[in-house]
Design a protein around this ligand. Structure first.
Ligand code: FES
Ligand code: FES
Length: 153
């Protein structure tokens, strides 16, 4: 099996696995970064979202060979102590219910705000269109994104 050098949360990690292995399983099973969640495995729920070179991607739909050579950021790497503005806004708005979908939501919010400092409702709807939350936290997600952008509703 080939060995790939993955840059995850600022650290280079050698990984030996089949080229087509989904990044999600490399993160969770090989590297022990279980903050990234498995929901559907089909690109439909967003719970596996991580950043690849600053863009939100679904790690269940990203292969090991596609991820190699790029900067991968998982929810564990967003901040050392939960102090990222999105994490603080999530706490302030008490967004999470069961929490399962939340790492993916947070990573999408962080990527959105990186590219658009003051997203409109339409921008938020578009960014979260592929996220599913069985607990229905969507209204609080919207509030928290706006709070993180500096304009609490
Ligand atoms: S597990 Fe990747 S989108 Fe659902
Ligand atoms: S908080 Fe429970 S699935 Fe979203």
């Amino acid at each position: 099996m080939p060995t790939y050098q993955l840059t995850v949360n600022g650290r280079v990690r050698p990984v030996e696995a089949d080229s087509d292995t989904p990044l999600l399983w490399i993160l969770r099973d090989t590297l022990g970064l279980t903050g990234t969640k498995f929901g559907c495995g089909q690109g439909l729920c967003g719970s596996c979202t991580v950043h690849l070179d600053g863009q939100a991607v679904k790690s269940c739909q990203t292969s090991l060979k596609e991820a190699a050579g790029h900067r991968i950021l998982t929810v564990e790497g967003l901040s050392k102590d939960g102090s990222h503005p999105v994490q603080r806004a999530w706490i302030a708005e008490d967004v999470a219910q069961c929490g399962y979908c939340q790492p993916g939501m947070i990573m999408t919010a962080a990527a959105l705000l990186k590219h658009k400092a003051h997203p409109t409702d339409g921008d938020i709807d578009q960014a979260f269109a592929d996220h599913v939350c069985r607990c229905g936290t969507y209204p609080r997600v919207r509030k928290a994104v706006k709070r993180a952008a500096g304009g609490a509703e």
